[in-house]
Design a protein around this ligand. Structure first.
Ligand code: NAD
Length: 353
């Protein structure tokens, strides 16, 4: 087992990564919370595969467990499901010392985290990520949210978990498409700050556990310096500004990771076109995304994405922070006015790299 400490201003906790950790869930929850009861939140697919084991482990440690199972998919990250979850918590008579356990991917984690952040002004929660994307990214760092029809993650809170328990065995059942989508976030970390990871991915000389560990360490460092997205943490949005627009425009038919891959390819092309990144490196990023089976072209033209981007909650004082690669392993935050977006988007469509 690998243990990575996360230290933020609001809370310190561990990310545990290893095979077979699901059976240690109950003991781990009892060790890091004062809970007597918990809601165990999951999606239908994950519940079928791992629900019983998780529940047994929690009960075995003496906890009273209330399973809450939602349909799988992004639609579950809604105000309606959030309300349902809060009502379940209340009807199970969860108190402020009880907790919530999120067993699943980013959708389950974001929804459960937000409910935990707001139920009785905040209760403990534990992340048990079962997708690659959740393992390398969404389960760590305390960003929780649900979507509005107008856009992704429009309602949320920063609320750190008490523990992240990543049982790498659970990734064995992940559908191929989901695994590929998770690789988009992994490639994001490599472009952001780790040329060695980029090279290992290119040569396919890296194990899944090393991938997760490397990404979580990088996230731990960034979140430790900037818990609430005021500065450095914005770098983690590489590919997300265009990506969220693509995801929204697709009506969530594209997976989050697929949309991020398109967004990353677009920002690399734009950076190359505008002279910030060499065309060779832009081509290398696009090539790596494609090598991992990810899409790199937006089916929607710049003007359609521009409309979706203007809703981005990251617009502050009329500017959006675009994350622009300068080389593989180094990116820069570029404050961009709404009027400049079109130019970036159009440059992102240039097929010259
Ligand atoms: N909070 C953050 O910092 C952050 C960061 C990145 C992404 N996100 C959010 O994460 C969400 C995407 O998360 P995701 O990619 O994990 O998708 P997801 O949660 O929708 O899970 C993907 C699919 O895989 C299935 N699944 C999950 N684990 C499985 C397993 N072990 N075996 C078989 N099937 C399994 C699920 O049922 C679902 O159908 C988006 O809403 C995105 O906005 C949040």
């Amino acid at each position: 087992m690998t243990v990575i400490p996360i230290r933020t201003d609001s809370r310190s906790y561990e990310v545990r990564i290893g095979a077979g950790l699901l059976d240690t869930l109950g003991r781990a929850v009892c060790a890091c919370t004062r809970a007597a009861r918990c809601v165990l939140v999951s999606g239908e697919n994950v519940w079928r595969l791992y629900g019983e084991r998780a529940e047994q482990s929690l009960r075995g440690a003496g906890l009273e467990v209330f399973p809450v199972v939602f349909p799988p998919g992004e639609d579950t990250k809604s105000l309606a499901r959030y309300g349902e979850l809060l009502e379940c918590m209340a009807s199970c008579r969860l108190t402020r010392s009880d907790c919530a356990v999120a067993l699943g991917g980013g959708v389950t984690g974001d929804l459960t985290g937000f409910a935990a952040a707001t139920y009785q002004r905040g209760i403990d929660y534990i992340q048990v990520p079962t997708t690659l994307l959740a393992a390398v990214d969404s389960s760590v760092g305390g960003k929780t949210a649900v979507n509005l029809p107008e856009g992704k993650n429009q309602v949320g809170a920063f609320w750190q978990p008490e523990l992240v328990l990543c049982d790498t065995d659970t990734l064995r059942t992940l559908p191929e498409r989901e695994l590929r989508a998770g690789m988009a976030e992994v490639i994001k970390y490599a472009v952001l700050g780790d040329p060695e990871l980029f090279e290992k991915l290119r040569r396919r000389e890296i194990s899944e556990e090393e991938i997760i560990e490397t990404c979580v360490r990088m996230k731990a460092e960034i979140v430790g310096e900037d818990e609430t997205d005021q500065g450095k943490r914005r770098l983690l949005n590489l590919g997300h500004s265009f990506g969220h627009a693509v995801e929204n425009r697709s009506g969530y038919r594209l997976l989050h990771g697929e949309a991020v891959a398109i967004g990353m390819a677009m920002i690399c092309r734009a950076a190359a076109h505008l002279g910030c990144l060499s065309p060779e490196e832009a081509a290398a990023v696009v090539g790596l995304l494609q090598a991992y089976g990810l899409p790199t072209e937006s089916p929607w033209p710049p003007e359609e994405l521009e409309d979706a981007m203007l809703l981005d909650k990251k617009f502050a004082s009329g500017k959006l922070s675009l994350i622009v690669p300068e080389r593989i392993g180094a990116c820069r935050i570029v404050p961009t006015a709404a009027s400049e977006l079109k130019g970036w988007l159009e440059a992102g469509y240039e097929r010259s790299v």
